[in-house]
Design a binder for this molecule. Structure first.
Ligand code: ZN
Length: 124
């Protein structure tokens, strides 16, 4: 249920942005997801397809890029892998990346405008 709540929040942000941009529909959503967030991308995609019908994002494609969890020592900046310290500072752990949950961009289809051009009288 964790992923459903997150997916709903992503969808509502995307729809709000689409409305702001006067979108006729949303074509694509690019999401950045850090591994440290413990969110299963397949679940997000599943829930997204479940809740998108009838919204501006009904035909939107969801692309998820996962970013690895990277940790380092806050003192000497040595990277810590798999929670095994890489240095002797004993200064704890700092997160470099892996906690992202960001909408990188959305692609929209702008409102279709109808413009009528009338042929000038007597011309051609
Ligand atoms: Zn260190």
């Amino acid at each position: 249920m964790h992923e459903l709540t997150i997916t709903e929040s992503i969808l509502s942000q995307v729809i709000a942005e689409g409305r702001k941009q006067n979108a006729a529909r949303i074509r694509k959503i690019k999401l950045l997801l850090g591994e440290g967030m413990s969110i299963v991308p397949e679940c997000v995609r599943f829930y997204f397809d479940m809740i998108k019908p009838g919204t501006l994002a009904a035909t939107a494609k969801l692309e998820i890029e996962t970013l690895p969890l990277r940790l380092r020592c806050p003192k000497c900046r040595a990277e810590i892998k798999e929670f095994v310290p890489a240095c002797r500072c004993a200064a704890g752990v700092e997160i470099v990346s892996g906690q992202e949950l960001t909408i990188e961009y959305i692609e929209i289809v702008a409102s279709e405008k109808t413009t009528r051009f009338e042929k000038a009288k007597g011309a051609g």
